[in-house]
Design a protein around this ligand. Structure first.
Ligand SMILES: *[C@@H]1O[C@H](CO)[C@@H](O)[C@H](O)[C@H]1NC(C)=O
Ligand SMILES: *[C@@H]1O[C@H](CO)[C@@H](O)[C@H](O)[C@H]1NC(C)=O
Length: 430
């Protein structure tokens, strides 16, 4: 009840702020106001129209949205309440508006595998999962060993409702830029390689990603642009990245926080005289390539050698995929491939015009003003999101995304596949 009260007073506060805001913005943004005069009530619970106006880049809508989202109930680290209180899978599937059928023959014939590494902010993971979920695909979730018990339990319960969602059988404590991040992917890959699902490409994601392209668009892109090949954007290791593999790194702990740091020990050159590349940690790999990585001596030696390097996930996949004889390899590829939309701080002014949210480790946490850029991006996924800080960003994006998915479907639509309401708010107020 007190939460309901808090939600209501937040709503009232929001209405007040919005009224004040409109009084002033009316003077400043007369032209915008003519095009878009949002209803105050949208500020609270169902921001559909507000989202549309924001996607169109209307500045009045952006201003309103930025004020409104501060009054949203905070995003829950342990996910929507009903996920914790019920074990009824049909109820969970219904409440999450899960799409329960393949939406076209083309998609049914091209199943994808996903590896998702997560450790906190279950709300975002649930949004991601219900966006990318398709019954013909398979999903391996790596839950960080340092995740809380309730977090881990909730993810396992959610996974148990689906025969095609598995939790990685081996768990790592993932340290930023450490080998554990790569090991987590490898663990899931083992589980996926053994699965009976006939998946064609495996894609890896983290808990702060969200799709831009639909499952159908991803399938088409991989089938036509990367037919039987692996997508690993990257180049020969540039000299300013050599520090990552020339010294031996190890994990340290300071005040309960683990981090990776160099030691004084110099590393020997890479095994088998392999040329080290540098690229993104995000990929789309074929099943044959995964088989190769599990069995080839060079792949195994490189994995071993990478244990004490800095951020090995940014060299491992791309290095192996530049080997001429690896299945589906792209020896001459560089940065091409639309795997991830990221606003890097050092690319401000070149690939984007700035971050409307804020930067964390030089990567933009998207704000409302970034939405238009995101949906116009050619990439498959965007990174990074934090509904704890910018709840309206993910709300707007998932609504927009779901409508696009359903518009492309070739089967009869189940009314429950439409996102009727925001489950976070529904969950918070009941
Ligand atoms: C589970 O939820 C569904 C859908 O809301 C409902 O029809 C069914 O009765 C529930 N089952 C149990 C055992 O409570
Ligand atoms: C290692 O590779 C380099 C360049 O790729 C080549 O010049 C050199 O001869 C190779 N060394 C051995 C021992 O194969």
């Amino acid at each position: 009840m007190s939460q309901l009260g808090a939600t209501k007073s937040g709503f009232i506060l929001c209405v007040c702020v919005c009224i004040i805001l409109f009084t002033f913005s009316g003077v400043k943004d007369l032209d915008e106001q003519k095009q878009y005069s949002p209803e105050i009530k949208e500020c609270g619970f169902y921001p559909g129209e507000l989202c549309t106006a924001i996607f169109e880049g209307k500045s009045a809508a952006l201003t309103v949205g930025n004020v409104c989202q501060r009054s949203f109930p905070p995003s829950r680290d342990n996910g929507p309440v009903f996920l914790q209180t019920t074990t009824n899978c049909s109820l969970i599937i219904q409440n999450l508006n899960i799409i329960t059928e393949p939406l076209s023959v083309e998609e049914a014939d091209y199943p994808l595998a996903y590896i998702i590494t997560i450790h906190k902010k279950l709300d975002m993971f649930v949004k991601l999962l219900r966006a990318i979920y398709a019954p013909q695909n398979i999903y391996c979730i790596h839950i960080d060993k340092k995740s809380s018990k309730i977090y881990s339990r909730t993810v396992r319960k959610l996974a148990s409702c689906f025969s095609n969602i598995i939790v990685s059988s081996k768990q790592e404590t993932v340290v930023y830029a450490g080998f554990s991040r790569l090991q987590a992917d490898v663990n899931c890959m083992e589980d996926l390689a053994d699965s009976e699902n006939p998946w064609k490409h495996v894609i890896n994601l983290c808990g702060q990603d969200f799709p831009i392209r639909t499952n159908r668009e991803i399938v088409r892109y991989l089938k036509t642009q990367w037919n039987g090949r692996n997508l690993t954007p990257g180049v020969i290791q540039p000299s300013h990245m050599k520090y990552r593999t020339s010294l031996s790194y190890r994990e340290f702990e300071h005040m309960g926080k683990a981090y990776v740091s160099p030691t004084a020990t110099e590393k020997s050159g890479p095994p088998n005289n392999i040329t080290i590349f540098f690229g993104t940690a995000y990929y789309a790999l074929t099943r044959d390539f995964v088989r190769f990585v599990r069995s080839d001596k060079r792949a195994k030696d490189l994995l071993k050698w990478s244990r004490d390097t800095y951020s090995p996930d940014e060299h491992y996949w791309v290095t192996l995929n530049r080997l001429k004889d690896a299945p589906g390899s792209t020896p001459d590829a560089q940065w091409e491939g639309n795997i991830r939309a990221v606003k890097w701080k050092d690319q401000e002014g070149t690939s984007h015009t700035g971050c409307s949210g804020h930067y964390v480790r030089d990567i933009c946490i998207y704000g409302l003003g970034d939405l238009q850029w995101i949906i116009e991006s050619p990439h498959l996924f965007a990174n990074k999101f934090d509904p704890g800080v910018y709840p309206l960003v993910t709300d707007c994006l998932e609504r927009h995304y779901r409508l696009k998915v359903l518009a492309q479907a070739e089967v009869a639509l189940d009314p429950n596949w439409y996102l009727q309401d925001n489950y976070t708010k529904k969950g918070t107020s009941t």
